[in-house]
Design a protein around this ligand. Structure first.
Ligand code: FMN
Length: 417
């Protein structure tokens, strides 16, 4: 019986353990988690979501305070078009996070950064260009283009000296999206180095419609993409993601021609993961009924999360003067409209509730939106229940090696704490 360790992901001459820990914003997939994956010979991701605020927390910078100072005058204004990011701050925070992570890297694996196009930041082109180029400047091994079609992203970096050396990949949820990406980026004469195929059971935002996500399945989409690669004689590693919970699940994809797997949910309960310890216990305890896919993300993509997430129903004032990562090119975010509607409907009330949308920036930053994969309800079976009723947090190494070496759909429990 095969194990994940019997396979390798090949990038030129490099051989990588075919386990990639997916990006989890905002700093849920920490540098520590990504570095463990690299040390163990696989691939880890940091995320570039909201790096100015992450940098303030990790490296003692003052980017958010400065932005708020500059735009404080606009807080009561529902027109946020004036609230712009300082491109220098974005560059500096990206450089700090990436360079500090890369300096600490050990082992044979790699560290990539997850870049979501949907973080439009009130100036989509300018801000994404700076994010991508600064990560390359600071020595990142690879970039995973996420949450969007990225039809113009290669062009933003094609004149960068590292354009052909950094590993560049894209996350798609359909063959059509991949074909569109390849067609639009063909002009740069550079194919992606890998393609992540993300199915509907993943955590975070889903690349499917709110009404029809349940009609799709990862195996079918992955096989369509693999067939396309064979038909077109394209030698691009295909990496399925979403609901791959055991080493055996992973092997079944590797045996069918996938080059690696991308996984995330099992690492949400790792010690190195950025979620606060009390939130990790919510993930452990969750049952299937405690999880839903809803439309509260102002990005317009459905998102899977724990129903107990404090972000659901929260009616806080939009935090765009501090954050503003979802503002589109006209300075709009659908949460602002929902918030204003509820304020108008409840005159004089101090505390209002908003259910149809959420202030994604503030709540993701504060770990109040508990996004998770479909199989979160199985996490309790991956650890020991302690005398006080809580679950034992795992090491990333334990989880990684379990994916790498387990067989027979087994999940190895950690040694009792
Ligand atoms: C807590 C959490 C946060 C996530 N955040 C992001 C993100 O910021 N960007 C992204 O492209 N994918 C994100 N994802 C998706 C993962 O990177 C990954 O592709 C997917 O969850 C894999 O499926 P699994 O969780 O069932 O293993 C997130 C997943 C989780 C569980």
């Amino acid at each position: 019986m095969k194990r994940v360790d019997d396979f390798r992901l090949r990038f030129g001459k490099r051989e990588i353990v075919p386990i990639m820990i997916g990006g989890m914003g905002v700093d849920i997939s920490t540098a520590e988690l990504a570095l463990e994956a690299a040390r163990l010979g696989g691939i880890g991701h940091i995320s570039d979501a909201m790096l100015p605020t992450v940098s303030d927390r990790l490296y003692d910078t003052g980017f958010v305070k400065e932005k708020l100072q500059q735009y404080k005058f606009n807080i009561d204004n529902s027109d946020k078009s004036a609230v712009k990011f300082d491109l220098g701050h974005i560059a500096e925070s990206t450089r700090l996070h990436v360079s500090k992570t890369m300096e600490a890297k050990r082992g044979e694996g790699m560290v990539f950064i997850n870049c979501m196009e949907k973080l439009t930041m009130n100036a989509p082109r300018e801000t994404l260009t700076v994010r991508l180029r600064s990560a390359m400047d600071a020595g990142i091994d690879g970039i995973t283009l996420a949450a969007g079609l990225h039809l113009g992203s290669f062009a933003m970096i094609e004149d960068h000296p590292r354009f052909r050396d950094v590993k560049l990949g894209i996350i798609v949820s359909s063959l059509r999206a991949l074909q569109l990406f390849l067609r639009k980026n063909a002009r740069t004469n550079r194919l992606p180095d890998f393609v992540v195929v993300e199915g509907p059971l993943a955590g975070g935002h889903l690349g499917f419609g709110m009404e029809d996500w349940m009609k799709y399945d990862l195996r079918t989409i992955t096989n369509e993409v693999l067939q396309y690669m064979r038909d077109e004689k394209l030698d691009i590693p295909v990496i399925p993601a979403g609901g791959i919970f055991t080493g055996s699940d992973a092997v079944s994809y590797l045996e069918e021609g996938s080059a690696a797997v991308q996984v995330a949910t099992r690492f949400t309960v790792a010690d190195e993961c950025g979620l606060p310890k009390d939130v990790q216990q919510e993930y452990f305890k969750a049952s299937e009924d405690d999880i839903e896919v809803n439309g509260i993300s102002p990005t317009g993509y459905p998102m899977r999360m724990l129903k107990a997430s404090p972000a659901i129903g929260s009616g806080i004032r939009p935090g765009c003067e501090s954050y503003g990562y979802i503002l589109d090119s006209n300075g709009r975010c659908s949460y602002i409209d929902s918030y204003n509607r509820e304020v108008a409907a409840h005159p004089g009330e101090k505390k209002i509730q908003v259910f149809d949308k959420t202030c994604l920036c503030t709540h993701m930053r504060n770990f109040k939106l508990w996004t998770c994969g479909h199989y979160t309800y199985k996490l309790k079976d991956t650890s020991n229940k302690l005398a006080d009723g809580s679950y034992q947090v795992l090491s990333a190494e334990h989880i990684f090696r379990d994916y790498q070496f387990s067989t027979d759909n087994q999940v190895a429990l950690p040694e009792k704490a």
